[in-house]
Design a binder for this molecule. Structure first.
Ligand code: PLP
Length: 449
């Protein structure tokens, strides 16, 4: 709870100075369009000058409340002083040696910490990479090698990245795969547990798992599957929390069949859901877990942690990469984990969760277009529908996000149908900012209903 009183460099206050985006941002947008690929787009056309705690300060002096944390990355804020100090100290010693050539202590120390924090007390091993996609790719490589099998299972609404293998694992065609195939072979897609959109609203998590298991048995064969890759709470697909019992049953069946159960915790990990990892909420112990995003206070770092027998099955040189586990990123991660513990950020996530449901559940009763309100910790979502039914309303969702932006609250959307607003603020955000953002959001929803 310490952070509600922590000192920030930037005043933790929403503030708009005039035209939004302002003149300097507009000038930068014009320059950008001459040099940056159209394929790389931005949610908010304002350019950042500084960011701290829950505030992004733009080049025109606007202060925006950040309800996206750079997609669940800046959990400790974008410039936590402890992270900045650790980075500064490390960068004065060495920025790189390549762990595959001349190793260093930080990499080992971070692995020791991750092994302690991750679910299960079995013997584990770790390897570090740069991006979430790379972590997922490597989890699949390890699973294939260790099992001698090739089939990989992913789920409806899944998001696992943008590299060739991971865009194949990702469910949504546009914009992630459209025109950019062929995707990798031996990927099979199975039905997810999506409580709000089940045809039979009474289907239990276990029954939804049996539905997927039957499909896997029939379409692939349990003993042909190397890995089942799943996000314990789905991210880009719509912040979908599977029904209770779904994940444990899938994990149990994977164990029976010798399938490597890979929990992709790239978005849901590191205090985001009110626990170190989302798998913990149902006592699921993954064979391999992927991690990235929140791990290093904003620096690019990812990794896998998993059963020692799986990760040690790989021959020397079979895993790696020039920058994987970069010493500066590792120093940032060590500082980030300390901040998460010292400032009780899992607890902060649960405080934010309570504020969200206190504000949104009553509103859901009032407003016909809120189909579902869900999430865990500070991984929270509102699914919008055409009044009274379940038909997704992506236009309304876009409008609500845009109206919030115009008020200085940065809000992200997601979902297979583009009809979900997701909130994933930095966990160091003050209570006052969380309250302000929620009041802007609820007002905007009311106005648009
Ligand atoms: C963001 C994300 C990825 C991909 O991570 P990158 O760092 O963008 O490559 C993979 N899996 C999940 C669940 C994610 O949210």
């Amino acid at each position: 709870m310490a952070n509600a009183t922590a000192e920030f460099r930037i005043e933790q206050q929403r503030k708009l100075t005039g035209a939004f985006p302002g003149p300097k941002s507009q000038e930068l947008a014009a320059r950008r369009s001459q040099v940056i690929s159209a394929g790389v787009s931005s949610t908010l056309p304002v350019y950042v000058e500084d960011a701290d705690g829950g505030i992004i300060l733009d080049v025109d002096g606007n202060q925006i409340i950040d309800m996206g944390a750079g997609i669940a990355v800046t959990t400790v804020g974008a410039s936590h002083p402890k992270v900045a100090a650790a980075v500064a100290a490390q960068t004065q010693r060495f920025n790189h040696t390549c762990f595959m050539i001349t190793p260093y202590e930080g990499y080992v120390e971070l692995a020791e910490k991750i092994i302690k924090l991750s679910p299960g007390d079995h013997e584990k091993r770790v390897a570090f990479f740069n991006s979430g996609s790379e972590a997922v790719e490597n989890a699949v490589k390890v699973a294939r090698l260790a099992t001698g099998r090739s089939a990989v299972v992913a789920f409806d609404h899944a998001y696992h990245g943008r590299t060739n293998l991971t865009m194949g694992l990702t469910a949504k065609a546009a914009p992630y795969k459209k025109g950019m195939g062929p995707t990798a072979p031996e990927i099979y897609r199975m039905p997810m547990s999506y409580p709000f959109r089940e045809e039979n609203p009474n289907i239990s998590g276990k029954e939804a798992a049996e539905r997927a298991i039957l499909s896997m048995e029939k379409q692939i064969g349990g003993d042909e599957i190397a890995a089942i890759v799943i996000e314990p709470i789905q991210g880009e697909g719509g912040f979908i929390v599977p029904a209770e019992g779904f994940l444990p049953r899938i994990a149990e069946w994977a164990k029976e069949k010798g399938i490597v159960f890979v929990a992709d915790e790239v978005q849901s990990g590191f205090c985001r859901t009110g626990a170190w990892f989302a798998s913990e909420h149902e006592g699921v112990v993954p064979d391999i877990m992927t991690m990235a995003k929140g791990i290093a206070g904003g620096l690019p770092l990812s990794g896998i942690v998993g059963r020692a027998d799986l990760l040690d099955a790989v021959h020397p040189g079979g895993l790696g990469g020039t920058y994987g586990g970069n010493p500066v990123a590792v120093a940032a991660a060590l500082a980030t984990l300390e901040v998460m513990e010292e400032e009780g950020l899992s607890e902060r996530a649960r405080v934010i969760e309570k504020k969200f449901f206190d504000a949104l559940l009553p509103l859901q009763k009032e407003v016909q277009t809120i189909g579902d309100v869900r999430g865990r910790g500070a991984m929270l979502a509102i699914e919008f529908v055409k009044a009274g039914g379940k038909e997704p309303d992506a236009d309304l969702t876009k409008k609500i996000a845009a109206d919030c932006l115009a008020e200085g609250v940065l809000i992200l959307t997601c979902g297979t149908f583009g009809n979900v607003i997701r909130l994933l603020p930095p966990l160091v955000m003050t209570d006052a900012l969380v309250d302000d953002a929620l009041s802007v959001l609820t007002d905007v929803i009311r106005k648009n209903s």
